[in-house]
Ligand binder design. Sequence first.
Ligand code: SAH
Length: 245
Amino acid sequence: MTFAATILTLYPEMFPGPLGVSLASRARDEGKWSLDTVQIRDFAADKHRTVDDTPAGGGAGMVLRADVLAAAIDHARAAHPDCPVMAMTPRGRPLTQARVRELAAGPGVIVLCGRFEGFDERIFAGRAVEEVSVGDIVLSGGEPAAIMLLDACIRLLPGVMGAASSGAEESFENGLLEYPHYTRPQEWEGRTIPEVLRSGDHAKIAAWRERQSEIDTRLRRPDLWERHEGARVQSASGAQAKKKD
Ligand code: SAH
């Protein structure tokens, strides 16, 4: 099945961009995913092809009009009725690897890219749109965010990554950061590779990696660690409750 990506944007020339090289490009050549860009401006109703207007209540910048956005969304959805519509916005729910996995297992995505001050809020009440953020940062447009989202989905499509196992051990897949990696030379600027990684003892290596992954997550991402520990405690008490039954 081909994963169908449709991008609604004022700058279609930004695509495929980085998705036109390496792994994503090869996957597209092989028909594992497809890319369609839709120029939002084509859905403007006036002869000046206006897509934005000044913010109600005043203030700087321009706001994308709900009527124009709705026409563009309806057009894309008619072609891909089963694909979720994701709007890129810093006000959205932070994108997670779990959500990316769900999306990659589906038929594709329709991605709405904002510009200027963003979208007229009524579009989210008028159309089924999932608001997504790619981090607590402000980009000048939704296009780089859309490329991030697609890149994350594409690498998970069946047959895209070389070694089947390389997806499962990455950061976030089990709620933790991945353990650190090392490679040759064995000594670099006086620093050596942790001894255990040279031991050849696979069980010991696996235990070391698990421990490092936990330590690094606790130190670097206390938010992830808390969630991970919460889930562990919950599943343990769930198991205990079951035993008592
Ligand atoms: N006024 C908005 C920011 C607009 S930035 C606010 O303060 O919330 C212009 C566009 O860039 C947005 O409409 C959105 O499509 C995109 N964008 C900016 N930061 C983003 C982020 N962190 N995640 C996803 N999209 C983002």
